[in-house]
Design a protein around this ligand. Structure first.
Ligand SMILES: [Zn+2]
Ligand SMILES: [Zn+2]
Length: 380
């Protein structure tokens, strides 16, 4: 079928809306009419050549939409169902066999290589392949193809255009707290970097009853939103060199839990140093390969844990519907961090994401999946 997708033709080139051909679904696949897609730093890293995927390419991995067509073996989804497309996993590796899908040993290849696991491509233009299957979805298009097992059915009374970010930033932040750390009411928690991942962690920490909840960032508008969403204390890191002391001062000597989303070695070390004995610090941010951090051994010896967490250690078909219930109940107000853009304004969304103006850009696809103009102009 013909679709419109945002194509990157070469490294760091702007997104351009093009008419492409999307293949038919295989027996275990579904085609989703994308209603809206979040934009995440990983999409921009793909555009900018961080991964081994070739060009031209279509990115997007926070897609939400309506099932349009299903393969012959699909049993759990039907046309008209509302879905969020989550991350891919192989199903056969040692971690997948234990249902630890977020740590799939082939996950990176399935996310970043622009093809299905068997090397086939999903999209083409005039017979030439366009490398999509980004996170096995490529949601920067009017339609996307994914597997039944990655598409999470969600309730129809939830605001579908705000649900896409649950696929990556939402479950990454919220899952780090609710699945990985599992704090008790009254446990102290600090979040360093309150972008979309950090704010999702913050909303989850409030749900869990953490107190105090300390938010650290360099953007005043993010800290203001953090306070609105439940931070009991905020610290602007700009120009400060005693941030660890400030966190300790509001948390009775240190925090039980710290979350770093900055992926900056010096800042990550501060998050670790803010822990009380026995505390745990998780790293959620992505640093380039080869990035080191030094930890003082006697400090670590006092029962402190430092670890990474991927995708919030979520079982998406269980966890995403739980988050949707919290959204409907008003307890996880994800819409407060979202800035919506028309699909045609995707390059503006990318610029405002990079500059920090937009905490979580979400692209709204045209109603009915049709874009009349090719080349980035608005249909008005
Ligand atoms: Zn696997
Ligand atoms: Zn992401």
């Amino acid at each position: 079928m013909q679709i419109t997708a945002a194509v990157v033709r070469e490294r760091s080139a702007p997104f351009a809306l093009e008419k492409l051909e999307l293949c038919d679904p295989r027996p275990d696949e579904v085609i989703v009419r994308v209603v809206a897609s979040g934009m995440c730093q990983t999409d921009l890293h793909g555009r900018d050549g961080y991964f081994a995927s070739p060009y031209p390419a279509v990115y997007g991995h926070e897609g939400a939409g309506v099932v349009h067509a299903v393969g012959s073996a699909v049993g759990s989804l039907a046309p008209g169902d509302h879905v969020v497309m989550s991350f891919p996993w192989c199903g056969t590796c040692a971690n997948c066999q234990q249902h630890k899908y977020c740590y799939c040993m082939h996950g990176r290849r399935l996310k970043m290589h622009g093809r299905r696991a068997d090397g086939s491509t999903l999209m083409s233009r005039n017979g030439e392949p366009v490398y999509s299957a980004f996170f096995q979805q490529s949601s920067f298009g009017t339609y996307a193809l994914t597997q039944e097992r990655y598409a999470v059915k969600v309730r129809k009374d939830a605001p579908l255009d705000a649900l896409g970010p649950l696929a990556c930033s939402g479950q990454t932040g919220a899952g780090a707290v609710l699945n990985a750390l599992q704090p008790q009411p009254g446990d102290s928690l600090a979040i360093v970097g309150v972008g979309a991942v950090g704010l999702s962690a913050l909303m989850a920490a409030k749900i869990a009853g953490c107190n105090p909840i300390v938010a650290v960032d360099v953007h005043a508008h993010r800290l203001a939103l953090a306070r609105e969403l439940g931070a009991t204390h905020t610290i602007d890191h700009t120009g400060r060199d005693k941030v660890v002391d400030e966190v300790r001062a509001v948390a009775a000597g240190g925090v039980h839990f710290a979350i770093d989303t900055s992926a900056l070695p010096g800042v990550f070390r501060e998050a670790i140093e803010a822990l009380i004995p026995g505390g745990t610090c998780v790293l959620l941010g992505s640093a380039p390969p080869g990035t080191d951090v030094a930890i003082e051994m006697p400090f670590l010896q006092q029962g402190r844990t430092v670890r990474g967490v991927v995708q919030g250690e979520s079982l998406p078909k269980k966890f995403i519907p739980e988050l949707v219930d919290l959204i409907v109940a008003g307890k996880f107000p994800i819409e407060k961090m979202i800035k919506f853009y028309d699909f045609a304004d995707i390059n503006l969304a990318a610029a405002e994401s990079s500059s920090g103006i937009a905490i979580k850009p979400v692209l709204r696809m045209p109603v009915g999946g049709q874009v009349s103009d090719v080349g980035g102009r608005k249909r008005k």
